[in-house]
Design a protein around this ligand. Structure first.
Ligand SMILES: C[S@@+](CC[C@H](N)C(=O)[O-])C[C@H]1O[C@@H](n2cnc3c(N)ncnc32)[C@H](O)[C@@H]1O
Length: 265
């Protein structure tokens, strides 16, 4: 079977874009134009079998990222599996904001902690974008830390990995803390449960309307007098978080889509 025929058949079972991405992944190619310029290339039996299996998995609503084991974040491919949240585009604002903070505050060797690192997408990217920074990636899940380690090796980004419940196991005082912690409220009925059902529950949900971990982290930041804090949360939660942080002495400096930037005293 050639590429053109396989794509025609696959597109009756899944979306065109997914069919193309599945085939590209199996062929080890990146550019979609490859599929057009090589439409008569014959696929091996193994390639067809694997591609068909991937299409079947996708039909069960399994996220493509878990099927192909990869998701792009800030222009780089990260390995992902079901032990970690699939990196989201809205999280990329953390990278841009952190770069701005480092530049605006003339930080030469910034120390940055990424709390709830998951796949390591934030920590690894920050180290690559800010090579002079010391980046510590924290998670309380051993399995997530293994994925973050794999990504740091694949992308040649030297980060320090630490197992800890938020900042409790970490003594140093960073210049900046960034965190995309679980913030989904289990009562939100607008979420499509189907799209989340493959992701680890411990990476998604938090008690107290999704705010428990974020509030605990704010307490720790205030206690340790850490200056810069970047948090991701759903915009519907921002007001409550801003009020809570204010009570603890943290002022809102900027909001960018899902991201809140606080400055401590
Ligand atoms: C929403 S995921 C974010 C993953 C990654 N930072 C990203 O942006 O794609 C949250 C991560 O926080 C971790 N986590 C949950 N509770 C934690 C805690 N108490 N201390 C440290 N990490 C925690 C989870 O294991 C998960 O990997």
């Amino acid at each position: 079977m050639d590429i053109k025929t396989w794509l025609e058949e696959a597109k009756t079972k899944t979306s065109s874009i997914d069919a193309e991405l599945i085939l590209l992944n199996i062929l080890g190619e990146k550019d979609r134009t490859y599929l057009i310029s090589h439409e008569n290339r014959t696929l091996t039996e193994t390639e067809v079998e694997k591609a068909n299996y991937f299409v079947k998995e996708r039909a069960k609503n399994k996220p493509l990222a878990y099927i192909i084991g990869s998701k792009e974040f800030y222009g780089r491919d990260f390995y992902v599996d079901e032990n970690v949240l699939i990196p989201r585009p809205e999280t990329e604002d953390i990278i841009d904001l952190t770069k701005d903070i480092v530049k605006d505050n003339d930080m030469i060797y910034p120390i940055i902690f990424d709390v709830g690192t998951g796949s390591g997408c934030i920590a690894v990217t920050l180290k690559l974008e800010l090579p002079e920074a010391k980046v510590v990636a924290i998670d309380n899940s051993d399995n997530a830390l293994l994925v973050a380690k794999k990504n740091s090796e694949l992308l040649k980004s030297e980060i320090i990995l630490k197992k800890s419940d938020l900042l409790t196991g970490e003594n140093g005082t960073p210049d900046i803390v960034v965190a995309n912690l679980p913030y989904v409220d289990e009562n939100w009925d607008w979420l499509e449960a189907d799209t989340l059902k493959y992701e680890p529950l411990t990476a998604l949900y938090a008690a107290n309307n999704g705010l428990e971990l974020i509030f605990r982290l704010i307490d720790e930041i205030a206690e340790r007098k850490i200056k810069h804090l970047l948090l991701e949360a759903d915009p519907s939660q921002h007001e409550k978080i801003i009020n809570y942080a204010k009570e603890k002495g943290l002022d809102l400096a900027e909001t960018r889509n899902f991201i809140l930037y606080f400055v401590g005293v």
